[in-house]
Structures are given as C-alpha cells and as structure tokens.
Design a protein. Structure first.
Length: 149
C-alpha cells in the first residue's frame, strides 16, 4: 500500500469516528431536550396556548427524528448497516419519511411564529385567529399536505 492509501484510510477512519461521536452527542442531547420540551409544553398554564400546541407537535415530530433517524444514520455511516442500500423500496420510504418529518417539524415552528405575530396584532379581529381550534386545524392541514407534496 502506498502512503497515499494509508493517509486516505486514516482520514476515512477519523471522519467516521468524528461522525459517530457527534451523532451520539446529538442523540443524547436531543432526547434530553425533547423530553424537557414535553414537560414544559404540557404544563396546565401552557396547554391552552396555540403556540404551545405548535411547539409540542413539533417536538413529537423531532422525537421521531432523534429516536429513528439518528440511529439509522449511526448504523449506516459508522457500521455500514444500511437496508436502503440493498432494497430500493426501503430506500425510497426511508428518504420520504425522514425528510417529510423534518419538513413538518419546520412548518409547525413557522406556524407558531405566525401565531405569535397574529396574537400580538393591534386589531381584535386578527387576534381572534390565534386560537387552539385554528392551531389544530392548521397543524392537521400541514401534517396531511406535506407528505402529499
């Protein structure tokens, strides 16, 4: 083996190790943070707020990302265990599910920002649009619409 091959192998091993460590840190901190989100957003004082509903819904989708997506990435990047590599159907479902879930989570946070903007409006008829009922309807629309698109 030439020295170039040895260097490439060492860099590949170092990259794989760094990615494994970073994914494990993201997994651990993600679980802690998301469970703290669940504790905070399910408190009685916040349960009735529409933005809290958006954030809690986003937290549940992010929990899927942390508990499913990150372990799958750890297995595929660090241990070369990737079912999508051998089966095109699994690859397509995996790609679709992983990116749809992330997109839904981002849109729910965007809806929370829009809700806060509406809630702080000086006009009362606009402020009335900030309600838990509308939050549930818009969340449902996003959850149904994103996978279709």
């Amino acid at each position: 083996m030439s020295s170039t091959d040895v260097t490439i192998n060492q860099l590949t091993l170092a990259t794989t190790t760094v990615v494994l460590i970073l994914l494990c840190i993201a997994f651990t901190l993600g679980i802690i943070g998301l469970f703290l989100n669940i504790i905070v957003f399910t408190r009685p004082a916040l349960c009735r707020e529409p933005c809290s509903f958006y954030f809690l819904s986003s937290t549940y989708f992010n929990l899927f990302v942390v508990l499913i997506v990150i372990p799958v990435r750890i297995l595929s990047n660090s241990f070369n265990i990737d079912l999508g590599y051998y089966n095109v159907g699994i690859c397509k479902v995996e790609y679709f599910a992983f990116y749809s879930i992330r997109t839904i989570s981002c849109w729910l946070i965007t809806l929370a920002c829009i809700d806060r903007y509406i809630h702080s409006s000086a006009k009362s008829h606009i402020r009335r649009l900030s309600s838990l009922k509308i939050a549930k309807i818009t969340s449902g629309i996003i959850i149904i619409l994103i996978p279709i698109l």
